[in-house]
Write a protein that binds this ligand. Sequence first.
Ligand SMILES: [Zn+2]
Length: 144
Amino acid sequence: MSDCSMCERVRLAKAGQNSNLIREFKSSYLVLGDHQYFKGYSVLVLKHHVRELHELSLDAQQDLFKELMTAGKAVNDAFKPWKMNYSCYGNQVPHIHWHLFPRYESDPDHLSHPWKNSADFDQHLINERETKEYVALIKAKLAD
Ligand SMILES: [Zn+2]
């Protein structure tokens, strides 16, 4: 067990034990979010424990950004949201990870940032069947 929840997700993905895993990229893993308050919510986790984006080499920055765009397009194509939101903070878990939030006009606060409803995220946890279904939808859009 790592102290870092993102390192733990990476460890599980490497061991083939992360059921939320969508795709392994060169420098990151794309995983389905634990909650689906926003249908299609996914997280792109850097394989290495690095705190700040600017600490990555230029090549690593470019690799990660390409992977983020590939992931974002796939989520967009799978769920056809009104808008994609991307966020990278690391205040709570200091390991580079990008949140990919598909936003819908039906969101109660679709003109605001996605964290506004974070208190309700845990009410939208999904079961194993839904996880498989959503992972498959995004995977299908990554097939190339
Ligand atoms: Zn970490």
